[in-house]
Design a protein around this ligand. Structure first.
Ligand code: ATP
Ligand code: ZN
Length: 297
């Protein structure tokens, strides 16, 4: 049964993931009519609309079929998959998106001489992620109490409601401020594109595939640089040896200068001044380093 023609993507209304998600969608050619204070954003170019919601609601909206895709932290997606129950539609992580990086970690009071996971046995651990914590405790054979809190998990040890916590950590600043120390990393998280394991069989499925290709074209080259330079034929080997990684460079003839070549190389990451200076010493001239915006192989 066909319910909708337009693809609907759920994303966080306001929070850490909002700006980078909109920026990434923009790079994929998806722009939206400005109504960011509303729940619904109508897509202008492509038949793709946004639903702006709390991040915790995103997996459920996909599982219920209200949305086709979502941009959400792996921590939220995996917690949903572990706690939603057997009847819920299984969700897939279609792409990692490279922003919103953090980890779900167990932290203990600094004064505890923490050496190994077994020391957590018998302790009460406060968390907003009972599914992920419970699974980790099970796989490590540790019998500990799970105290589920909706927020302010980091103050639970001070309040005496828990002995340790399991929460998201980015820099670790919040832990230090609460005299806690990271003891175990349960999950490395980042924002992901989530969707049903089976994509819709209609136009929306085609649109998802198109979006995945565009995302790949943006994500793969996000860190890449295009290096352009000139070299004479006799210094070509020396110059090529110094090129930072990546596939074989392309060589082009320079009109009117049979000894000269123009070299073009896609480099996997930033090209530093030091590297440029070394390559120049080997005989290169007229060097340019350009950011790469899109790629369609
Ligand atoms: P809401 O529920 O209102 O949408 P929130 O308070 O749950 O917002 P944020 O704090 O904006 O959400 O975090 C959203 C996501 O950002 C987290 O689920 C996580 O994947 C990621 N994230 C990255 N770094 C951190 C961090 N230091 N603390 C919390 N979340 C982080
Ligand atoms: Zn939330």
């Amino acid at each position: 049964m066909k319910t909708r023609d337009r693809l609907r993507i759920a994303m966080q209304k306001s929070g850490r993931l909002t700006e980078p998600a909109l920026e990434l969608l923009g790079r994929c050619g998806l722009t939206f009519r400005q109504s960011r204070d509303k729940l619904f954003c109508f897509g202008e170019g492509e038949p793709v609309d946004l639903l702006l919601v709390r991040d915790d609601d995103i997996p459920g909206l996909i599982a219920q079929g209200v949305c086709d895709l979502g941009i959400v932290g792996r921590n939220v997606l995996d917690e949903f998959s572990l706690t939603a129950g057997r009847d819920a539609e299984p969700l897939n992580e279609w792409r990692p998106l490279g922003f919103g990086r953090c980890r779900l970690s167990i932290a203990v009071p600094q004064e505890l001489d923490y050496q190994q996971a077994r020391q957590l046995a018998g302790k009460r651990i406060a968390t907003s992620y009972p599914g992920l914590l419970g699974e980790w405790l099970r796989t490590h054979g540790i019998d500990a109490g799970v105290v589920t809190l909706a927020g302010s998990v980091e103050i639970a040890p001070k309040l005496g409601t828990a002995d340790a916590i399991c929460d998201l950590v980015q820099s670790g600043g919040t832990l230090v401020a609460n005299q806690l120390r990271e003891a175990e990393v349960l999950l490395e998280s980042e924002a992901v594109l989530a969707g049903p394991a089976v994509l819709p069989a209609d136009e929306r499925g085609d649109m998802v595939e198109l979006l995945l290709k565009r995302l790949d074209g943006v994500i793969q080259v996000r860190e890449s640089r295009l290096l352009l330079l000139q070299t004479s034929r006799h210094t070509l080997d020396a110059v090529t040896r110094l090129l930072p990684g990546g596939p074989q460079p392309t060589l082009l003839a320079v009109a009117g200068q049979p000894d000269q070549l123009m070299l073009q190389a896609l480099c996997a990451g930033e090209v530093s001044w030091r590297q440029l200076e070394e390559i120049k010493k080997a005989g290169a001239r007229e060097m340019f380093v350009l950011p790469v915006e899109k790629m369609l192989a």
